[in-house]
Design a protein around this ligand. Structure first.
Ligand code: NAD
Ligand code: MG
Length: 396
């Protein structure tokens, strides 16, 4: 039986890499549905090539445009948020790649979880927002969660079986684990004089030294809020206590993360900085399949270096670490404020350094509260976005 796959966010960087791996093994995988936000042109190209049964556009107008472009081919075009959830939860689907960017991915990813699918999680913002609720839903509905974010995929690969499944419930110390070491490159501004940070353009921020990714995550890598979101993501995925989680800057992006054991052993996963590796791992787990990525050549690799993250250069990282242990309200507020601030930076409405100021100020304006439902989270997310927009206005 072929594995039937829905790809949420098919036109994005992760979506296209997933399709590249899937297309290498037509005897193994079948594309059931592809989804995208508004780019009908890019979606039409993917549909003609990969022939899904369903194509969903979040935007209604884009769905009409897609329908026209697909003309005669057999593919049902749907529109809107409920259709995203529908193709994520459909009975025919085995595996859902959750690769929408930002909080917009929460509801469709949750739909896949609640339908008990194998969920390949790239959309870290969904987990950052919903943390405990998300992990509880995975357990309640018998979904199988596999991390795709390269660091979390690396950590997963270095964990013993009893921690891998069911994910997020094992006691790490009991499993012999001392610490999880989350590596990050430090982004494109790691060596820039601090005084020059404020003048950096979106193009410069998106010019990552090692990885090619979507714009939002590229800016997050430059502020290292990406590592902060990943810290929160790791806390939930691996059930870490504060002292069990540490960030290490590793500029070469060869080691994708590590697990340090109580006996002094450290296990690491290494590879090219290419998302097709973790994607192939998630698609075929527990087997291994070719991904199109070449093995590392150690004889030409050169030095691997490690250092702490400088808090003056990366204030967003500390905001995220503090929010992680403060509670769900704080991680939701931080994620929402960051999405608004990054979008404003990409539109050149605020300077690069304002991203951290806006996140900090939104967190300071909002009060601690208990958030126990997805609806409550989404409402609070809206409140944090409104505060962040007010802050953006101050720069315009
Ligand atoms: P991207 O911007 O390249 O693609 C985003 C996709 O989401 C597109 O298909 C877009 O159409 C869709 N989308 C955007 N807004 C939407 C909305 N409101 N409703 C429905 N669909 C919407 O992003 P990406 O770089 O592929 O990242 C996707 C996710 O994976 C992010 O959460 C990111 O943090 C995570 N991730 C990405 C990488 C990477 O290498 N790109 C690595 C690790 C994790
Ligand atoms: Mg990552």
């Amino acid at each position: 039986m072929k594995q039937r796959i829905t790809i949420l966010g098919a036109t994005g960087s992760i979506g296209q890499n997933t399709l590249a791996v899937v297309a290498m093994q037509p005897e193994r995988f079948e594309v059931f549905a592809l989804t995208a936000n508004g780019n009908a042109e890019a979606m039409a190209e993917l549909c003609l090539k990969h022939r899904p049964e369903y194509a969903v556009m979040a935007d209604e107008q884009a769905a009409l445009a897609l329908q026209r472009k697909l003309g005669g081919i057999q593919c049902e075009v749907l529109a809107g948020e409920s259709a995203l959830a529908q193709v994520a939860a459909a009975e025919q689907v085995d595996t859902v790649m959750a690769a929408i960017v930002g909080a917009a991915g929460l509801m469709p990813t949750m739909a896949a979880v609640k339908a008990g699918k194998r969920v390949l999680l790239a959309n870290k913002e969904a987990l950052v927002m919903s943390g405990q609720i998300f992990m509880d839903a995975v357990a309640t509905h018998g979904a199988e969660l596999l991390p795709i974010d390269s660091e979390h995929n690396a950590i997963y690969q270095c964990l013993p079986k009893e921690v891998q499944q069911p994910l997020g419930h094992a006691d790490l110390a009991q499993a012999g684990i001392h610490q999880i070491l989350l590596t990050g490159s430090g982004g494109p501004f790691r060596e820039l004089p601090l005084a020059e940070l404020a003048q950096q353009t979106p193009n410069a921020a998106c010019n990552h030294p090692n990885w090619s990714m979507g714009q939002k995550i590229s800016v997050d890598s430059a502020t290292m809020l990406n590592k902060g979101l990943e810290y929160i993501e790791a806390r939930w995925l691996f059930n870490c206590k504060r002292e069990q989680l540490q960030v290490v800057v590793h500029p070469q992006s060869v080691i994708h993360s590590m697990v340090s054991y109580l006996d002094g052993s450290v296990l690491a996963q290494l590879g090219q900085p290419d998302m097709r590796t973790p994607i192939a791992y998630g698609l075929s787990y527990p087997e291994r399949i070719p991904s199109g990525v070449e093995a590392l050549d150690f004889l030409s690799l050169g030095a691997l270096t490690f250092m702490p993250a400088d808090p003056a250069r990366y204030p967003c990282l500390q905001l995220a670490i503090d929010a992680c242990w403060e509670g769900q309200w704080a991680t939701t507020a931080l994620n929402a404020a960051n999405e608004i601030a990054v979008a404003a930076f990409l539109e050149q409405r605020i300077p690069f350094t304002a991203i951290a100021h806006i996140c900090d100020s939104v967190l300071n304006q909002l009060n601690r509260r208990e958030l126990n439902t997805v609806e409550g989270l989404i409402e609070f997310d809206g409140e944090a976005r409104a505060r962040a927009r007010q802050q953006v206005e101050r720069f315009s």
